[in-house]
Design a binder for this molecule. Sequence first.
Ligand code: ADP
Ligand code: MG
Length: 713
Amino acid sequence: MLYIYSVETKPNILDTTIEYIKGIGPAKAELMQKELKIFRVRDLLGSYPFRYVDKTKFHVIKDVTTDGDTVQLRGQLVSFEKIKGKNNRFRLQGLLKDSTGFMELIWFQGAKYLTKILKEGEDYVVYGKVNIYKGKKTITHPEMESARARAADQLQSTFDPVYPSSEKLDARGLDSKGRRKIIKTILTQLTEADVVENMPSYLIEKLKLCSRFQALHWIHFPKSAAEKSLAINRLKFEELFFLQLRLLLGKENRKKKLKGAVFDTVGKYFNTFFKEGLKFELTGAQKRVLKEIRANMGLGVHMNRLLQGDVGSGKTVVGFMSMLLAKDNGYQACMMAPTQILAQQHYEGISELAEPLGLSVGFLTGSVKGKGRKKTLELLANGEIDILIGTHALIEDPVVFQNLGLAIIDEQHRFGVAQRAKLWKKNKDIAPHVLVMTATPIPRTLAMTVYGDLDVSVIDEMPPGRKSIQTMHKYESARPKVINFMRAEIDKGRQIYIVYPLIEESAKLDLQDLNNGYEQLLGFFPMPQYQMSILHGRMKAKDKDFEMERFSKGITQIMVATTVIEVGVNVPNASVMIIENTERFGLSQLHQLRGRVGRGAEQSYCLLMTGNKLSKESRERIATMVRTTNGFEIAEADLKLRGPGDIEGTMQSGIMDLKLSSIVHDTAILNAARYYAEAIVDRDPDLAHETHIAMKAYMGRRAQRAKIWGRIS
Ligand code: ADP
Ligand code: MG
């Protein structure tokens, strides 16, 4: 095979395959490829330590008093001998002396090597775990380093890097100690020319970042805590900065390619509704968001926007008014909900608003069949339906619009990237604008990162006059009081939800829980005085609708349900939410559930029931729920508790290549990275400016490498 390098891409030590590195060779290289996906020197240097052993501190022998402590000592090896123990086995025994006392050192293995390198009377730095037995202090198999050598070593770290390893790697001498040695060898050969700076110099200056070259040294062998954090900061910033740059350039590119219908008219539908149909004053946040949406759709740039707003913040009316803009410009619109129940509710709510304006609203879900379905599809195709509401059945192939201009997706987290892409193709030439609404808000920059191809609008204000929901944590022992409380609320004419967790792994158990609860409640709330509804995922759609309707009409006072009622359901008279086995729910789910109450004029309550034994994390979740009703705050707490895993999972694969940084925990760096990346893409979207050339070249090289690897694997 012949490699042809262009002038700029001279062979670089970073591209060397690791088997050619001194101390590795083919067998070890293969093992590292298998275990760690390390192929080249760049991968090896890029496999950063996950922690450091602090060797800045020295202990004195007198103060070493706790069995099991790891210590670092400096002293003289006053004696060193081979001793024959019981059953004829040899061991090496040494005695280390510092100004405060003596420490025994013992080795059962490696005598041949050790006798070669250790000399009686010399000074050593000794590192290891202490064993104290009957007052005698011993370190078995300590790490030994000549004190003179340590003082002379330029690359000597004071924080020893610890690398991820495995048994197999350890057995082949590729444990942290072995890897340190290899990496050190490489670093001594590395020149500044090998590690081209990829960040514009003005950013480096402004943010006081160390160079890449420096960072690679310091991340592996920091001589001080300051060097360690400089390296970590630089590398984290670099990761997040290029992530943002990739996302922004990708979006820019898509915007150039994908045209959207021009909605430049604000016409009679919008204006009539605004003047006559709207029953309340829009909040400032709703107005601002509507403006953002209008500006976006007015320009003929394809809209792909996420509308974040807490439960009850009034996203629906914003969505509806956006649909009116579509109509004003001669286009159809649709709204897609994640469940049958929610689609039905939207259909009813929106029909009520749209019909006075002379608009016709259609409904389509999987359960609309036969003649009804045929008729709806016909009306849709010839443009007699203006607004179509439904479930994901809307994006199935047989559904053809006359001219779809705007698609709204409610509760985004149930719809994937692929489904959104399918929506784009629903119109013949121009992709319909897309507005995705979610009540699971996440911090803005994070949202723009996770949903990289979406613009983000935020409703951060609640309609006035909402009573806050009182949230309380109750143990099982308080059950009788809870029952009394329920009776009192029902006597006042209120309605109550009781929700049981859904156990994915055990559908049977889950239903059993629900049914047991239902039976028990029947004892406390006997018919015919009381009426109860029951709702769970394995009921037929028809039965679900029936039960939901009985509850929303006030025929039943209690709704016993699994989490199927989580999303969007709106029964304003329901003012109490009781959650059973709260410890089994995640934070955002609890918040969604609680959002089912507090929708009417009455004081609402949320009771979080738990058993007595709670993990620390459950306790924290519950405390968060009791403390705040702010969805953004809850979302942040949730992210910090769960870590980034979940959320990264929802991102397009391959876009994240983060080794050190976390989009959840490194918020400040993420925000800065976004800020500077945006500024660059605004001013110089082609990265043509002189100060951006290195950055562009770096991105090109990375993309090239990714492509090559993509082909190989
Ligand atoms: P969500 O954002 O959770 O989807 P909805 O759109 O269902 O919230 O709105 C919740 C309730 O608040 C609805 O009954 C709606 O009519 C009402 N609402 C929306 N905006 C306002 C407002 N500006 N003032 C008063 N009530 C409002
Ligand atoms: Mg909603």
